[in-house]
Design a binder for this molecule. Structure first.
Ligand code: SF4
Ligand code: SF4
Length: 115
């Protein structure tokens, strides 16, 4: 296993991402495909820790991110690529709504509501 690890954030059986992001056992199983391949550069956690030019300040604690991380990791990847780890986070409906008050759990960044 150790010889297969590619991500530089995975050192001596410890994933540095776990200190910054609430990774659960489910995250471990779904993200290991990134850790052991050159595709680690596309892992949302790696991209976040690598300090992209722009990213949402709520990326770590956003309830929608937490939901997708646990339920639909591919959806989380799309969410991060489209909104959270880009300068467009300022147009995210959750980000905008959060500036003035509570954010509904099911509000998606494009303003639609998840069912
Ligand atoms: S690929 Fe992602 S989940 Fe795996 S160690 Fe790197 S940052 Fe963490
Ligand atoms: S961009 Fe929107 S969905 Fe992404 S972390 Fe920020 S508030 Fe949450």
């Amino acid at each position: 296993m150790e010889n297969q690890v590619k991500c530089p954030r995975y050192v001596d059986y410890v994933r540095e991402c776990s200190f910054h992001i609430d990774t659960t056992s489910r995250d471990f199983n779904t993200t290991i495909r990134f850790c052991v391949s050159e595709n680690y550069i596309n892992c949302p956690f790696f991209r976040y820790l690598d300090k992209p030019k722009a990213y949402c300040p709520h990326f770590v604690d956003c309830d929608l991110c937490k939901y997708f991380k646990n339920k639909d990791f591919d959806g989380f990847i799309s969410l991060a690529e489209r909104w959270c780890l880009t300068s467009d986070f300022i147009n995210c409906a959750r980000y905008v709504r959060g500036l003035n008050g509570p954010v509904p759990d099911n509000l998606y960044p494009d303003g639609t509501e998840l069912k």
